[in-house]
Write a protein that binds this ligand. Structure first.
Ligand SMILES: [Zn+2]
Length: 668
């Protein structure tokens, strides 16, 4: 907002005159002006030394009906310590955000060598709890409850009566002052009777519904979530006896666990194509944790030896229907290499309460978004046409995003800290987490640039192998910075890569980065023909429908890595300055009718086509809360469905990128 300077001046002038008038009327004696109270000492920074001994952690999940986990810990204390500071994890890897669920814990009770003592929460750092210790104290006992959300307004639903998605960071406190890799943990888990479980953790033994895991470190524990449930199927995806990959599926019901031969083959292909691309793996064994539920919320969260994935109940049973987020598993699996093994040096932190710096998320997430799209096409999970559509949709979405005029891509990497992964109202104006989608376009740009520079002898596949394959078999994080990326790119294809990223990532870049598509042999066009596979996807639960490039809104949606679960008549986004925006339509509305007919995506498409011909406004009725609102939208531009059109004669690099790899499977 701008005020004319003159008016600002007169406003200030009138303020000071009236202040002066008050002072002259009566003589006020002021107290000494306030001064800040010194801050308490900060919580001890972590050091790279082994902790005094293993922490015993017991988690009781038997009260799943109330969505409560009862937690008990026995924590040995350092000799001669006068205080133990317990930390509840705040910066959760993969969320890139200080959003550890501290508001969900209750019933915190602490005892020192059997005698209850009162803990004191740190005034500044609410994730830290001070426990006073007497001379000779040996063990601190801790208990608390983790209260998982019951209503969606409290946060993502993580548990149902049939499925539990247990993030260990939610059910643990740990001693401050040490690296998370230096604190050993012995973990015991009590599950509801008869439940099955899957996790990358190694089981030591099970007794009834109680599981004891082999000793691990806090670092690996938090990196190895557990899915438990009633309806469970495990499928082997291992491409070789030395590369163990399992798909662990938990569903609302037994019927959702039927996996067709076609779906199974394509998931196996995903592992094979990733192996060919990354020429290595960085796990002892890898566990896809996949929940298929209409109750438990969707998720996509990477870990070194596993990933949390959530999709719709009929993911397998209506496999041929497809899914706009069908790159989810490819994306999360890629993170085992890009994100967990290779991690930006300033994003890696020694424990879960040291702030992360996110400036290289356009590599961590952006390149993963790219490889996730590429691998889902190479494996056949998506067709080549669907793969191309993904890039068309991203580019078209940016063409109508005026946020590009104010926000450089690099600033969007601050968004997980700014909004803590909460949705925003005006996506195209705020550009909340652009480092994903725009990152993918930039890496397509880099891939095709390498191909052009080397007469198609080299590609970003070569970069991936160079960048991700060192220390094969190790899952100790290997950090990098921007210089390392540029250096490796220069060994593949010498070019001014620093300038390349400077322009596209760090500077303001209002133009959509379209070069990858052009160099790929395609151009972005808009058609009035919707592919039949796209209409099939729309009719799936949470499938949504996209009118962003015509009227300027979309239904369903979802954001980040989690698949959409929004009802299909609820708006996901309204594009800033679009015809819908100008008419007064807002993203909190539900559509009711189109030209007097009940809404379906097909009805709306017909109305758009008709308006293009008749030049009569489209009459839309929406519901906003209890109020019904009618809008007359004078939009005559047609359907404008984004598509990539082949440029005849140009090298077809994009299809080469999306085709199965010709490399042999590496021997590992
Ligand atoms: Zn990701």
């Amino acid at each position: 907002m701008n005020l004319p300077p003159l008016r600002v001046f007169s406003f200030i002038a009138s303020l000071s005159i009236s202040a002066f008038a008050t002072l002259s009327a009566q003589t006020v004696k002021n107290p000494p002006p306030p001064q800040p109270v010194p801050m308490p000492p900060p919580i001890a920074a972590p050091v790279d030394q082994p902790y005094a001994g293993p922490v015993q952690l017991e988690v009781d999940l038997t009260n799943v009906t109330d969505r409560v986990a009862h937690v008990r810990e026995q924590i040995p204390v350092q000799r001669n310590a006068r205080e133990l500071v317990l930390l509840y994890p705040q910066w959760i890897p993969g969320t890139h955000s200080p959003n550890g669920p501290i508001s969900r814990i209750a019933g915190i009770v602490v005892a020192v060598d059997g005698t209850r003592v009162q803990w004191i929460r740190d005034q500044i750092n609410v994730y830290a709890f001070h426990v006073p210790l007497g001379a000779g104290a040996r063990t601190v006992s801790l208990q608390f409850d983790y209260l998982s959300p019951i209503k969606p307004a409290e946060g993502r639903i993580e548990w149902s009566d049939a499925i539990v998605d247990l993030a260990w960071n939610a059910v643990v406190m740990y001693p401050a002052g040490f690296f998370s890799r230096g604190i050993p943990f012995d973990v015991t888990l009590k599950l509801p009777q008869g439940w099955k479980y899957a996790t990358a953790l190694e089981t030591a033994n099970t007794e009834g519904s109680t599981v004891k895991f082999k000793r691990t470190t806090l670092n690996t524990l938090v990196d190895s979530p557990l899915y438990g449930g009633i309806h469970f199927k495990r499928v082997d995806l291992s491409p070789s006896p030395t590369n163990i990959v399992r798909l662990n599926v938990f569903a609302d019901g037994e019927k959702d666990l039927e996996i067709s031969a076609d779906a199974l083959e394509k998931h196996k292909n995903l592992v094979i194509e990733a192996d060919k691309l990354y020429q290595s793996h960085h796990y002892d064994h890898y566990d896809f944790l996949l929940l298929l539920s209409s109750t438990v919320g969707g998720i996509g969260l990477e870990h070194h030896q596993s990933s949390e994935n959530g999709s719709r109940p009929n993911y397998f049973t209506e496999w041929d229907r497809g899914n706009l987020r069908s790159d989810l598993l490819a994306h999360e699996y890629t993170h085992s290499w890009n994100g967990k093994f290779r991690r930006p040096a300033d994003l890696w932190t020694p424990n879960f309460n040291v702030p992360m710096r996110n400036d290289l998320l356009w590599v961590y997430e952006g390149m993963t978004q790219y490889w996730g799209s590429v691998l889902s096409a190479r494996s056949g999970i998506r067709t080549a046409e669907q793969g191309r559509y993904t890039f068309a949709r991203i580019a078209a979405g940016f063409e109508i995003s005026p946020g590009r005029n104010w926000r450089p891509l690099i600033d969007t990497t601050n968004q997980p800290t700014v909004s803590q992964r909460r949705p925003v109202s005006w996506v195209s104006w705020q550009l909340p987490e652009n480092y994903y989608a725009e990152g993918a376009l930039i890496w397509l740009d880099a891939d095709t640039k390498i191909r052009e520079l080397t007469n198609d002898r080299k590609s970003l596949d070569d970069f991936a192998a160079e960048f991700l394959s060192p220390y094969n078999g190790s899952f100790v994080t290997y950090t990098y910075d921007l210089q390392d990326i540029v250096k490796i790119l220069n060994t593949i294809a010498p070019y001014d890569w620093m300038q390349f990223f400077q322009e596209r990532v760090y500077g303001l870049h209002p133009a959509v980065p379209m070069d990858g598509i052009t160099r790929g042999g395609y151009r972005l066009v808009y058609t009035d023909k919707i592919p039949s596979w796209l209409t099939r996807m729309e009719s799936a639960p949470g499938g949504g429908a996209d009118f962003s490039t015509s009227l300027g809104f979309s239904f369903g949606g979802g954001r980040g890595e989690a698949p959409a679960t929004t009802p299909s008549n609820e708006l996901g986004n309204v594009w800033w300055n679009s015809p819908a925006f100008v008419a007064g339509i807002t993203p909190d509305m539900q559509i009711v009718s189109v030209n007097g007919k009940a809404y379906t995506a097909e009805v709306l498409r017909s109305a758009i086509t008709e308006a293009e011909r008749t030049k009569q406004p489209i009459e839309l009725q929406f519901r906003r809360g209890d109020v019904f609102k009618s809008f007359s939208v004078p939009y005559y531009g047609g359907l404008r469905i984004p598509s990539l059109e082949r440029v005849e004669g140009a090298p077809n690099r994009l299809d080469a990128i999306l085709a199965p790899s010709k490399r042999p499977l590496p021997a590992m």
